[in-house]
Design a protein around this ligand. Structure first.
Ligand code: SAM
Ligand code: SF4
Ligand code: SF4
Length: 409
């Protein structure tokens, strides 16, 4: 992809602005339509959430513009737009597809003070943002709840992806809800305890997580909040046939929506017992089609249709189609590792370290410039990662799904 196209800066910006305005206008129109036709959207809180959506849309328009500018002219005014924080590598579960819990040694973790400085430095650079905490298991990081309170007090939207085990403890739940989450993602692989407990390597874990979700939902109601609780199943050979039944089930247990993630390679168990092979592909396609049908009928499934449709290609280890090139992770991803290393893509070297550098220094550093060029030119076309880079339209649709499915107290 040439970085210096023939179009001048002004016409490039002009064309991109017009396209962006048209997209935003059509999305806002959809918001209005939702308000008119979906009674739930009339409930208290809709206006505020719609405003959040508008602000999300505005930010994404700015990011989309700067990405186009970079691709066409090489001028770099990109900013971090997808922020992840791996607060810890250690874990208290033993999932069969995951290697975090079995690492022979762990990197030197940043302290909570260092995390606070890193997040504050990013805020100074890009203003308000959303950070998704994960790990390892974030709740076993000492001082994690202090970090959540820091985010609340500094206007940093936060979400967390957790195995959910900590929510059996009502004190932890109360402190989590008091820190005003933007979203809580909980990993559950099946409605069937045998499948879930086996995949996650912990006996009785499903019943404990379900009780934990009830605790979160109860506390959320008591606090008058309505953040979504999103269930994230890993899709694999042992659970895929029973995924459609999760749609009703997650709502019965007090959760809001589903976001599926096809299993990635990485452990011996994935190779030996979890990968979906050619002999099961017809069944996978049937399940996938059923999920697509449910989604079109309004089921709270957050994955975009393109990503759901790509499941067979993922398990056939095919590359992403050329049309999704160039890869955009280098223009948006800001992935802070537990020891402060900053990455844009797992397959490339870090671009700096938040322990010793400010966010702005790292983002426009020589390392970052080099990585940005490498990732834009990357033809690895890793299917899942690239397709998961949602477009503005996908993100707004996802927002609307949450908007119309979140239960308001
Ligand atoms: C690495 S975990 C960290 C957060 C937390 N410990 C949890 O399990 O939710 C983040 C997400 O990645 C998923 N995951 C782990 N290994 C995976 C794999 N090999 N393929 C796809 N998803 C995976 C987990 O189920 C979880 O939803
Ligand atoms: S709970 Fe999360 S980090 Fe821990 S082993 Fe499972 S997937 Fe990995
Ligand atoms: S195509 Fe995949 S591997 Fe290459 S930069 Fe993008 S996300 Fe990373």
């Amino acid at each position: 992809m040439p970085l210096n196209g023939s179009l001048g800066l002004r016409s490039t910006l002009g064309a991109a602005l017009r396209a962006a305005r048209a997209r935003l206008a059509s999305e806002l129109l959809s918001c209005w339509r939702i308000n008119t036709f979906f009674p739930k959207a009339q409930q208290l809180g809709f206006t505020l959430k719609a405003l959040d959506l508008v602000s999300l849309g505005t930010k994404h328009v700015r990011n989309a513009l700067s990405e186009e500018l970079y691709l066409r002219t090489g001028r770099d005014v990109t900013r971090p737009a997808a922020i992840f924080a791996e607060v810890v590598e250690r874990c208290n579960y033993k999932c069969r597809y995951c290697d975090y819990w079995r690492r022979p040694n762990y990197r030197d973790e940043m302290t909570i003070d260092e995390w606070q400085r890193a997040l504050a430095s990013l805020k100074e650079f890009i203003g308000a943002y959303h950070v998704e905490f994960a790990g390892g298991e974030p709740y076993i990081k000492k001082g994690f709840l202090d970090l959540l309170r820091f985010c609340r007090d500094n206007d940093i939207h936060w979400g967390v992806t957790t195995n959910g085990g900590a929510y059996l403890n009502k004190k932890i739940v109360a402190q989590t809800v008091e820190a005003r989450p933007f979203n809580i993602n909980i990993s559950i692989d099946s409605t069937d305890p045998t499948i879930h407990n086996y995949s996650r390597g912990v006996e009785n874990s499903l019943s404990e997580i379900v009780q934990g979700i009830r605790n979160v939902a109860e506390q959320r109601r008591a606090a008058g909040l309505d953040f979504p609780i999103i269930i994230k199943p890993v899709v694999h050979k042992l659970n895929f046939r029973r995924l459609p039944e999760m749609v009703d089930w997650i709502q019965q247990i007090g959760a809001t929506a589903l976001s599926f993630q096809p299993v990635e390679q990485g452990t011996q168990e994935v190779e030996d017992e979890l990968w979906i092979g050619e002999s099961e592909m017809d069944d996978l396609i049937k399940v996938r089609d059923e999920l697509l049908r449910l989604k079109r009928e309004g089921a709270p499934i957050l994955n975009g249709e393109t990503v759901l449709k790509a499941w067979p290609s993922h398990f056939r280890r095919e590359k992403a189609p050329k049309e999704v090139m160039p890869c955009r992770v280098g223009m948006r991803n800001y992935f802070i590792r537990s020891d402060g290393r900053l990455e844009m893509c797992w397959f490339f070297k870090p671009i700096g370290n938040v322990r010793t550098q400010t966010a702005r220094e790292i983002w426009y550093s020589e390392e970052a410039q080099a990585r940005r060029k490498e990732t834009v030119a990357c033809d690895k076309l890793c299917l899942f990662t690239c397709l998961a880079q949602r477009t503005l339209q996908d993100k707004l649709k996802m927002g609307l799904t949450l908007l119309t499915n979140t239960k308001v107290a």
